[in-house]
Every structure is written in structure tokens, then in C-alpha cells.
Design a protein around this ligand. Structure first.
Ligand code: G6P
Length: 612
């Protein structure tokens, strides 16, 4: 949440900041702002998007300099308006800050500062922090860095900040606790951002800040230390990310691009993990922990949002194939309810960003209990992979659209590979079955490619239902989590109310909603519960509901009953979620576009939820 970008070097800073903010806008887009430090400090900020900010800045063509900071906001404290937009300048004008996170004890801190005569312009917790830094700085007659460290040690909550001091003009100070920050290392220049996307066009060398790290950057030097002033040696990593991966590549939206990328992204997920003759799966990241994984008494999956839905598919996979008991938890609930975790448990955190605050907190809690803690993440070098014992990257490439699509299918692919691997090691699969599953997995990208060819058909159906107010999604077994995911996709981007249900549960409530205005998307592929889902379709039709059924190619029985059918190729049930979700992603996408919604940046949402 919130995108942060900072630069110190020799380039004209404004284009660096604005380009960076555009790349980070998926993290929050309520308001945006920049500050450039020169002989004077120029701050420009406004409600709205980065393009609004650009318009706003055009009024001043004198804004020039080689050191500056920028921010795109997802509001927590204070409504999104010009005043609450970042950067914030301190009361006496000595400091300018951008902040991502929440200062939980901002209220008592603010009260103290107000009692000292400090006046506030807006309502944000971030303005409290910058004023606290300035107050300590002026009172203690110390360096900016020292004041920042002292102030941050009084703060409860989460922050990723970048700070400039008007008395120390050639310096940026960055600090992190809970909210991610990456430093790009160039020649006589440094970049700072919430993630690497604004940095890759300048340098591939990055340093990830850890919690309680403070970085002091001048053009020629980076000093890394802890909040307690202990010097650290920066670890420089090389990132494997290209600029064209973070562009739209000719598609109207990132979301559409990412939906269409899935044949390739899934291939990337299993590339190098299916050994070439298809006889074996290898997950290098789990190599050292396989014995504990195979002997696990229980697997606990923690995640949020779409990743939680992938986790639910994981439950079916692990229980079905590997016969190990699984619990799938919302990370936010898990962390606060004193969960029982034993050393025999394996906790798997699933997160596209690797930064979701609740999931990260759940990881830390699980680690304290001595369980083996694994991560399934997409963003390389993010916090969860760095804090877990081991894990598997999904390698889906950057996902920019706020509504997750290719990350979901990549997560499910990893979970399927893990389940097959554990099942094999537990002697629950013979060689033939094992190889067959690997072959079926390798076929998935082409099958998705075939589904994507029907896009015009999905768009056509979307056109018929773009104006409805409610949607219901039903599925059983492996497709129940897909029903949840289909409903989530629709509500996230089109703002149509949608609910996903296990099909049999329909009779315990949702059936009361069904009438001739209610479209019901039924996931009805051929598996052991096919007859039961056919009965569910009849129950919907008996109440005049509109049935949009996802079926296997060649299904004739449901074709006769349903109002519309969306066909997908057949596959073993363990891989059906990867196929069945595709028509639902496209249906949501087209409905949202037809309703005039901003699909890549849906209202109120953010891609990376780094606050609780
Ligand atoms: C936000 C995003 C969702 C995502 C969820 C979990 O709500 O909008 O798309 O599924 O966070 O994010 P994670 O990065 O942990 O997978």
C-alpha cells in the first residue's frame, strides 16, 4: 500500500520520480505528490492519480533538482485530499517525508506535539511522524539521521519512510519497519522505492532493507545501520526483471495482459522443475526441507485475498493426493487467535507480493512456534521469502493489475507440484500415476491457450449481464475455491455484488435470492460430483435463475439446461481449477470494462496490503 520513490544522483529528478510513481501506482492511487530539494524545497501534491499530479506540476516549470521523493497514496488516516497527500513538510519546514504504513500511536504523539505549540495542516499519522522528527532535531540540536532514529524508536506500528532535511541538502534518509523498501544502486546515484519496478530501468543492483534498518544515502555513499546505530554491511542482489515485463505490451489493461500471459506464466512456474523427460518434479527451494514436509502431521496454509483461495485449492490437493491434513487460515484471523502450532506442523504462507502485513505477521508467529515455515511468493526478494525457512517462487513475472490473475494460477501450479511430490515421496502415487500427473501438468498451458481463444464468446455473455446487481458462483470440490475466486474477481473490478458458495450449500440460504434476474455461474466439469452439480443447475432453473455453466468441451447434458455454456478442455480434477478460473477472469474483466470501471486500479483497493 502506498508507493514510495526517491532519488539522489546526477539526473534531473522529476521524470525519475513521476515515472517511478506511475510504475507504483498499483499500490495506491488516492493522491500523489513529489518533493524536490534544491535551493528551496518544491512540493507538489494533489488528490487523484499521477497524471493529475503531472498536470498540477505543469503550472511550475521551474521545478528542477537532482534529489527528491515521490509518493502515491492509499489513504489510511485522513481522507484522500490535497492536504493529506504526501510528501508532508514539518511545521518549521526543516523536513519533508513520504511514508507508507501506519503509526499506531500517532494520537498520543500528536497530542504531545500540539501541547508544544506545533500546528498540523492535515489528519495523517505521517505528518505526526515528520513533526516528531523535527521536534527532536531542533530540541536536541543533532543530525537529521539521529533525530530520525530517535523519533522512529518512539513509534509503534509500521513504516517505510524516505526523509529529506533542508539543512542537509545532499542526503536522503530511508528507514523500514513492516513496509517494504528497496534501494537501487547506481554509479554516483541511488534510487529508493517500495519495490523494484521503478528501479529496473536504471540498475539491476538492489539492496532490500530489513525491519529496523536505516539507510543514509549521499550521491557517493550508502551507510546502512540499525535503528540503534549499529553499522551493517549492505548485501547487494542482482534482480532478474526487465522493463518490458512491467509494460502493458499492447493490451488495453494490465489485467488483460496478465490473463493472456497465463500459458506462459504457468510454463515459467514449472520450467526447470519438471525435468526434461517428464519423469520427475524438482522443487529446488524445498530440497533441504523435503523430509520434514513429507513427515508433516499437518499443513497450515496462511494467506489473504486471492492467495487464500489458492490456499483452499491447496487443501484439496494436499488432502486428496498426499493424505495430509490441512487447515487454511486467513492470516489476519490466524495471527490474533492464539493458534495452536506444533513443531510437527508445516506452515505455508502464500502471497503474490510477499509483503502482505497479516501474512508476514503470521509467518513470524509460526516461526516462534518452531514449525517449519515455507513461502510461496511471486516477488523475488520480498519479505516473506526472506523470513521463511524455505519456499518456492511462483515466477509468474510482475503482476500489476490490482485484481490477481496469473499469480493465482501460478500459486495453484506450485501447490499442485508440491502435493504430487509429497504424495510420491509418501508412496501414495506409483511411477505411472506420477508421470501421468506430470504430463497433465505440462499440458495445462496449451489448454489455457485454447480457452483464451474463446474470449469473444466470454465478452458476448458479459455484454448481456453487465447491468445486473448480483451474481452467484457455485462449485464443488476443487472448483469450490474457484467459485469464490470468480466472485471475488467480479466484485473487485466491476463493483457488482457477487458471492461464491459450495454448490450444495445453495439450499441453505442463497437459493432464496434466485429469480429471473440472478445469473448463477456454475462450475460443472465432469468429475465425481458431476451428477450432483447437474441437480444444482436444475434447482436454479426451477426458480427461473440464469445459468452460466463452465463445462467440459462436448458436454451435451448441461448444454440443454443452461442459458450459456463456457467450455474448457477436460483434465484431471487436480488441474481443473487452473482451467476453470480463466473464463471467470475474462467474464469479470469484460463486465468491468463495459461498466466503465478502472479495472487495473479498482476503487478503494491496493495491490499490496502492507497495513493490517
Ligand atoms: C490485495 C490484492 C489481492 C491479493 C491480496 C493478497 O487484496 O488486491 O489481489 O490477493 O491483497 O495479496 P498477496 O500479495 O499476499 O497475495
Amino acid at each position: 500500500m502506498c508507493g514510495i520513490v526517491g532519488y539522489i544522483g546526477y539526473r534531473e529528478v522529476l521524470p525519475v520520480l513521476l515515472n517511478g510513481l506511475k510504475r507504483l501506482e498499483y499500490r495506491g492511487y488516492d493522491s500523489a505528490g513529489v518533493a524536490v530539494l534544491n535551493n528551496k524545497t518544491g512540493i507538489y501534491k494533489c488528490k487523484g492519480k499521477v497524471t493529475d499530479l503531472e498536470e498540477h506540476i505543469k503550472k511550475d516549470d521551474g521545478l528542477s533538482g537532482t534529489i527528491g521523493i515521490g509518493h502515491t497514496r492509499w489513504a489510511t488516516h485522513g481522507e484522500p485530499n490535497d492536504i493529506n497527500a504526501h510528501p508532508h513538510m514539518s511545521y518549521r519546514g526543516k523536513f519533508v517525508i513520504i511514508h507508507n504504513g501506519i503509526i499506531e500511536n500517532y494520537a498520543p504523539l500528536k497530542e504531545t506535539l500540539v501541547s508544544k505549540g506545533i500546528k498540523f495542516k492535515g489528519e495523517t499519522d505521517s505528518e505526526v511522524l515528520v513533526n516528531l522528527i523535527e521536534y527532536i532535531y531542533l530540541k536536541g540540536n543533532m543530525t537529521a539521521e539521529m533525530a530520525a532514529r530517535l523519533a522512529l524508536s518512539k513509534v509503534e506500528g509500521a513504516y517505510g519512510i524516505v526523509l529529506m532535511c533542508t539543512d542537509e541538502k545532499d542526503k536522503l534518509i530511508a528507514a523500514r519497519k513492516g513496509s517494504p523498501l528497496v534501494i537501487g544502486v547506481g554509479h554516483e546515484e541511488y534510487f529508493i522505492a517500495s519495490d523494484a519496478t521503478p528501479i529496473v530501468e536504471y540498475t539491476k543492483s538492489v539492496i532490500y532493507l530489513n525491519d529496523n534498518d536505516v539507510a543514509v544515502l549521499t550521491r557517493s555513499e550508502l551507510i546502512l545501520k540499525t535503528l540503534k546505530n549499529i553499522r551493517l554491511t549492505p548485501q547487494v542482489h542482482q534482480i532478474d526483471l526487465d522493463v518490458d515485463e512491467i509494460d502493458k505490451g499492447g493490451y488495453a489493461h494490465f489485467m488483460l495482459k496478465e490473463i493472456f500471459e497465463q500459458p506462459r506464466s504457468i510454463l515459467d512456474t514449472f520450467r526447470g522443475r519438471v525435468i526434461s523427460d517428464g519423469s520427475e518434479l524438482r522443487l529446488g527451494g524445498l530440497f533441504h526441507v523435503i523430509p520434514r514436509l513429507v513427515e508433516a502431521k499437518r499443513i497450515i496454509i496462511v494467506a489473504c485475498g486471492t492467495s487464500w483461495h489458492a490456499g483452499l485449492v491447496g487443501e484439496y490437493l494436499f488432502e486428496d493426493l498426499a493424505r495430509v491434513s490441512v487447515e487454511v487460515e486467513y492470516a489476519s484471523e490466524f495471527r490474533y487467535r492464539r493458534p495452536i502450532i506444533t513443531v510437527d506442523d508445516v506452515v505455508i504462507a502464500i502471497s503474490q507480493s510477499g509483503e502482505t502485513a497479516d501474512t508476514l505477521a503470521a509467518v513470524r508467529l509460526a516461526k516462534e512456534s518452531g514449525a517449519l515455515v515455507l513461502g510461496i511468493c511471486n516477488v523475488v526478494g520480498s519479505s516473506i521469502p526472506r523470513e521463511t525457512d524455505a519456499g518456492v517462487y511462483t515466477h509468474a513475472g510482475p503482476e500489476i493489475g490490482v485484481a490477481s490473475t496469473k499469480a493465482f494460477t501460478a500459486q495453484v501450479t506450485v501447490l499442485a507440484m508440491m502435493a504430487i511430490l509429497i504424495a510420491k515421496k509418501r508412496n501414495l502415487l506409483d511411477d505411472k500415476q506420477y508421470r501421468t500427473y506430470i504430463k497433465n501438468l505440462v499440458e495445462v498451458p496449451d489448454k489455457i491457450g485454447a480457452i483464451l481463444k474463446d474470449d469473444a464468446k466470454f465478452r458476448n455473455i458479459a455484454g448481456m449481464y453487465q447491468h445486473v446487481n448480483n451474481f452467484l458462483y457455485l462449485g464443488r470440490g476443487y472448483l469450490f475455491p474457484v467459485a469464490l475466486e470468480g466472485a471475488l474477481k467480479l466484485k473487485e473490478i466491476s463493483y457488482i455484488h457477487a458471492e461464491g458458495y459450495p454448490a450444495a450449500e445453495m439450499k441453505h440460504g442463497p437459493i432464496a435470492l434466485i429469480d429471473q434476474n440472478m445469473p448463477v455461474v456454475v462450475l460443472a466439469t465432469k468429475d465425481h460430483s458431476y451428477d450432483k452439480i447437474v441437480s444444482n443447475i436444475q434447482e436454479v432453473k426451477a426458480r427461473k435463475g440464469i445459468v452460466i455453466a463452465v463445462v467440459n468441451q462436448g458436454d451435451t447434458a448441461i448444454r440443454k439446461m443452461a442459458d450459456h455454456i463456457l467450455e474448457i478442455p477436460s483434465s484431471p480434477s487436480i488441474f481443473t481449477p487452473l482451467l476453470a478460473v480463466i473464463p471467470l477472469q475474462l467474464l469479470s474483466y469484460h463486465i468491468a470494462v463495459m461498466r466503465g470501471c478502472n479495472v487495473d486500479q479498482p476503487r478503494n483497493l491496493a495491490k499490496s496490503v502492507t497495513v493490517e
